[in-house]
Design a protein around this ligand. Structure first.
Ligand SMILES: Cc1cc2nc3c(=O)[nH]c(=O)nc-3n(C[C@H](O)[C@H](O)[C@H](O)COP(=O)(O)OP(=O)(O)OC[C@H]3O[C@@H](n4cnc5c(N)ncnc54)[C@H](O)[C@@H]3O)c2cc1C
Length: 228
């Protein structure tokens, strides 16, 4: 039976942008559900060039697509992420206010009739559902994020929010002046997005800037330090 799920953030797409978004959101203690049309993580990395060498990944002289996807999955393993594999996100609409989902929540519909309710949505849809046709823009009046003529979604470089508050776009699927379709750009976009997503989920709280190297709080979230 199609299920209705509830979480902090619904991430659409499990390419490098979506996977690193889960990491950055996990650092600020936000839980994610990830909807992915394919049956595996990695997006273009694993669907188009799993055995091809990448030479511009910071920290690696060379790494192939598949091992990079594996490492991104390993990095998010400390966080309790629910993946919906083989599920296409087909609609985004305002959710009815309810317990645990205050003002301005979203309902992302999936092909099987199920849905994910969340406080914010991250579109990490790359070039569209690989092999399954392009991602559809939400119908006017529901998720009214702005798509360019190329099918890309405009986002603000301050926080990667789209024209619709609470809906973010990062990675190859987003557009802004100077955008480079590189994996490292997607990582940067994910980091900035997570700061603003935190503000949406916790409007009364102020997010403290912290380094993983020195923050015991972040280290506990990453499972590398036990509770004091
Ligand atoms: C041959 C090749 C070589 C490349 N080499 C490099 C390189 O050397 N260095 C570099 O930095 N970049 C390289 N790139 C580019 C890099 O792969 C992309 O920038 C990167 O994959 C973008 O990540 P993404 O997560 O935004 O999108 P994608 O990797 O495209 O992932 C998007 C994911 O979202 C899913 N999706 C989309 N719509 C939906 C939906 N509605 N519902 C559910 N799921 C959905 C898709 O199935 C896909 O898995 C290369 C690309 C190619 C094709």
């Amino acid at each position: 039976m199609a299920e209705i799920h509830q979480t902090d953030i619904c991430v659409i797409g499990a390419g490098p942008a979506g996977l690193f978004a889960v990491f950055q959101l996990g650092l600020v203690d936000l839980r994610c559900h990830v909807i992915e049309a394919l049956d595996r993580p990695g997006g273009q990395l694993t669907a188009l060039y799993p055995d091809k060498p990448i030479y511009d990944m910071p920290g690696f002289r060379v790494i192939d697509g598949q091992p990079l996807a594996d490492r991104l999955m390993d990095q998010i393993s400390p966080f309790k992420t629910r993946f919906h594999w083989g599920q296409q996100a087909i609609s985004i609409a305002r959710a009815e206010p309810q317990e645990g989902l205050p003002l301005g929540g979203w309902q992302v519909g999936m092909k099987d009739g199920g849905a994910v309710l969340s406080k914010a949505v991250v579109m990490a849809t790359g070039g569209g559902t690989l092999g399954h046709g392009r991602t559809q823009a939400a119908p006017p009046g529901t998720g009214t994020f702005f798509q360019t003529d190329s099918g890309l979604i405009s986002s603000d470089t301050r926080d990667f929010e789209t024209a619709t508050p609470g809906i973010f776009a990062i990675g190859d699927g987003c557009a802004y002046p100077g955008k480079m379709k590189l994996i490292l750009s997607a990582f940067h976009e994910a980091a900035l997005m997570a700061q603003w997503a935190f503000a949406i989920c916790h409007p009364q709280k102020r997010l403290k800037f912290q380094y993983t190297t020195s923050s015991s709080e972040l280290q506990r979230r990453l499972g590398v330090r036990s509770a004091d």
